[in-house]
Ligand binder design. Structure first.
Ligand code: CP
Ligand code: NVA
Length: 308
């Protein structure tokens, strides 16, 4: 079964073909073509944390490919009343062709996978947000061409799910990940080690963005960390991606943020709305990239790009 739980669940060649298919699906939608590759297929979106983009982009993706999506939230299902995940997984997967799960601990996602009879896609965990990072790299390639050999700076919470999925992607997509994060907010050492020469870490955000082709940030307090919000606000002072910081990146560098954003904290309103921002294309691209990903996991591989 082809799950997509982490970046390395895609091989390099698969990722290339997936981006080509996503670009084709994006173009075809603009041209008004209707698709039916997922006709009769059902995708369940199992959401144990809040979401705007992930649930809508996957639901729209399934529908626009001729399939259907059903959303199940923890709070409105028997999950909140203590039904074991092993039971939920067996039942939910028996109705569906793929499950997108957003949850807390990665171990909980793994537990679901163990009992699922259909492919599972990680829709965000505490340890990673691979569908977002896949989309971010697609968005970089749209803006700048091949990501291979580029420098991607990430400023802020280096211990969070976004930074960790970028780090995992760096060797696979062959870019240098320039991480600017306070010492207490760094990725787990084993993950840093796995990235090898593809990772450069500094506590100075200016050093992180120096010469970067792409500047990325994410919230300082992720879902589930609300009790630490005040301490994090203090720890990340000086790590705001603002015009002064961005000026140190390469001319023409693009800015990404997975959203939701906190203007004036991790990113200034000026940069978020500015000419180097690709943030709203990035959000739209979630749907196009996830269409190709749904085809990959449900149909047994990325669909070939064949033009009529
Ligand atoms: N970026 C992202 O995953 O957004 P949501 O939390 O709204 O799904
Ligand atoms: N790091 C953020 C990403 C939200 C899409 C969080 O986990 O809350």
């Amino acid at each position: 079964m082809r799950h997509f739980l982490r970046m390395t669940d895609l091989e390099r060649g698969e990722a290339r073909r997936l981006f080509a298919r996503a670009a084709q699906l994006k173009r075809r939608r603009r041209e008004g073509h209707l698709e039916d590759s997922l006709a009769g297929k059902t995708v369940v979106l199992l959401m144990e944390k809040a979401s705007t983009r992930t649930r809508l982009s996957f639901a729209a993706a399934a529908f626009q490919l001729g399939g259907h999506a059903i959303e199940l939230t923890a709070s409105t299902s028997q999950i909140a009343r203590g039904e074991p995940l092993s039971d939920t997984a067996r039942v939910v997967s028996s109705y569906s062709d793929a499950v997108v799960m957003r949850t807390t601990a990665d171990a909980r996602l793994e537990e679901f996978v163990r009992w699922s009879s259909v492919p599972v896609i990680n829709g965000l965990t505490d340890g990673g947000h691979p569908v977002q990072v896949l989309t971010d790299l697609f968005t970089v390639e749209e803006a700048l061409g091949a990501v291979s050999g580029r420098r991607i700076a990430f400023v802020g919470d280096g211990s969070g799910n976004m930074a960790r999925s970028f780090l995992e992607a760096a060797p696979l997509f062959d870019f240098t990940f320039q991480l600017g994060a306070p010492p207490q907010f760094r990725p787990p050492p084993a993950e840093a080690q796995a990235a090898g020469r593809h990772l450069v870490v500094t506590g100075d955000p200016r050093e992180a963005v120096a010469g970067a082709d792409v500047v990325v940030t994410d919230v300082w307090t992720s879902m589930g960390q609300e009790a630490e919000a005040a301490a994090r606000l203090k720890a990340f002072q000086g790590f705001t991606v603002d015009a002064a910081l961005l000026a140190g990146a390469r001319a023409g560098a693009v800015v990404l943020h997975c959203l939701p954003a906190h203007r004036g904290e991790e990113i200034s309103a000026e940069v978020l709305e500015g000419p180097q921002s690709r943030i709203f294309e990035e959000a739209e691209n979630r749907m196009h990239v996830q269409k190709a990903l749904l085809e990959h996991v449900i149909l047994g591989g990325v669909q070939d790009v064949i033009e009529a």
